[in-house]
Design a protein around this ligand. Structure first.
Ligand SMILES: Cc1cc2nc3c(=O)[nH]c(=O)nc-3n(C[C@H](O)[C@H](O)[C@H](O)COP(=O)(O)O)c2cc1C
Length: 169
């Protein structure tokens, strides 16, 4: 059962995002897609509590984030790590990823999330930006685009207002 919690109760953001990972999910009643992410931030901007995510434009999920005003971030216990690996290595363009996973979608109000999540952050987009390599101040960042770690296009940053945080109890 999900209960609304205060944002200050979210816990260790570094572990949550960087180690445990999250699913970014967007869509409507008809079509939803999700992908695993390990990069992002939670913080404060323009006096709002915000989540920032970084999505490469070739992700199928990118199209869903572009088309919808909202997205959600879902966080899970370790036992779902295999599903997060699957959802982060296959594309929804090629297969029905959600159906093939052990996760069940909770649909509604363009804020789809997962029944099995331990924590849900509901987000409303307020800002979008292309990173632009000319803005890099540390050349090491280039390696994620033109070097050994190059696995895709330049990320799009989305800043979104956190509108609700739910915890499973
Ligand atoms: C642990 C992990 C973290 C990832 N983090 C990100 C990320 O922050 N941004 C991103 O664009 N892709 C990230 N990915 C890659 C996408 O999840 C992956 O390309 C996925 O298959 C995209 O699915 P889609 O085409 O259905 O959207 C990550 C993958 C894994 C396994």
């Amino acid at each position: 059962m999900f209960k609304k919690i205060e944002i200050s109760k979210i816990g260790n953001v570094f572990d949550l995002i960087g180690k445990d990972w999250m699913l970014i999910t967007a869509g409507d009643e008809k079509k939803v897609n999700t992908m695993t992410a390990a990069w992002g931030t939670l913080g404060v901007m323009w006096n709002k509590n915000v989540a920032m995510i970084a999505v490469r434009p070739e992700r199928y999920t990118y199209e869903f984030i572009e088309e919808n005003e909202y997205f959600t971030l879902s966080f899970f216990d370790e036992k779902y790590k295999k599903d997060l690996v699957y959802l982060g290595t296959k594309s929804g363009r090629d297969e029905d990823k959600i159906e093939n996973s052990n996760l069940n979608l909770v649909k509604g109000e363009n804020l789809p999330y997962f029944q099995e999540a331990k924590l849900i952050i509901k987000c409303k987009k307020i800002f979008r930006s292309e990173i632009g390599k000319e803005n890099f101040l540390d050349n090491n960042i280039n390696s994620w685009y033109d070097g050994p770690n190059d696995i895709g296009g330049e990320h799009i940053f989305y800043m979104a207002e956190i509108i609700e945080v739910l915890e499973c109890r």
